[in-house]
Design a binder for this molecule. Structure first.
Ligand SMILES: [Zn+2]
Length: 203
């Protein structure tokens, strides 16, 4: 199954995408599912999941949390808002509610700052983010290999046209087993392309 596990809806201050449009575009892009991961809220994920009436499409409720150290951690399968902003506490809070945590675009702003103990606690690392330069995505994939962490590819879409620019193939799974498949690392980055304004270092 192919997912885009990092999409922002209008519930993020810097995106205007309506949940209905996310569903429409994601399905037209041939995705089997998505995660809606708004900044500091699960409202967009909840609304999108409720709106989805297609049994062949799956919506994961998530949120992207900027920590006090300016790292962006994404929690998936959330049922409650994440209140902590301390890195370790955010990871603990996500896991305490049965969530899955990945580190979004670890090198977007230069060198990664998460210390190794925190990296060990992550479930996955975002090895491809369509709004992060190619060279920094390569560094993220190297980091994942170094820590033996599975990777996800994601669009980090803030506009409808970006949905599906990053994709994760989840092997051997069904909708009710996606969480387990992600945690056990049955993931692969596929068919991904940088969003147009992040092509800088490829030209
Ligand atoms: Zn994001």
């Amino acid at each position: 199954m192919i997912f885009d596990p990092h999409i922002h809806s209008k519930y993020s201050g810097d995106s205007a995408i309506e949940p209905a449009i996310i569903l429409k575009v994601a399905k037209k892009m041939g995705l089997d599912g998505i995660a809606v991961t708004d900044h500091l809220t699960i409202k967009g994920g909840i609304e999108t999941r409720k709106m989805n009436l297609d049994p062949d499409f799956y919506v994961i409720v998530g949120s992207e949390i900027e920590t006090n150290n300016k790292e962006d951690l994404v929690g998936l399968f959330l049922t409650e808002e994440i209140k902590s902003r301390d890195t370790e506490d955010v990871i603990t809070e996500i896991k305490a509610q049965g969530g899955v945590v990945f580190w979004a675009h670890p090198f977007r702003f230069g060198k990664n700052v998460l210390h190794s103990d925190a990296i060990e606690q992550l479930d996955l690392i975002e090895g491809f983010n369509s709004k992060t330069s190619a060279s920094r995505n390569m560094l993220a994939q190297q980091l994942a290999r170094e820590y033996d962490k599975p990777v996800v590819g994601a669009s980090d879409a803030h506009q409808a046209v970006e949905i599906g620019n990053g994709k994760t193939l989840v092997h051997d799974t069904s909708f009710d087993k996606i969480r387990e498949a992600l945690v056990s690392g049955k993931t692969q980055i596929v068919d991904s392309c940088l969003s147009y304004d992040y092509l800088d270092d490829m030209l």
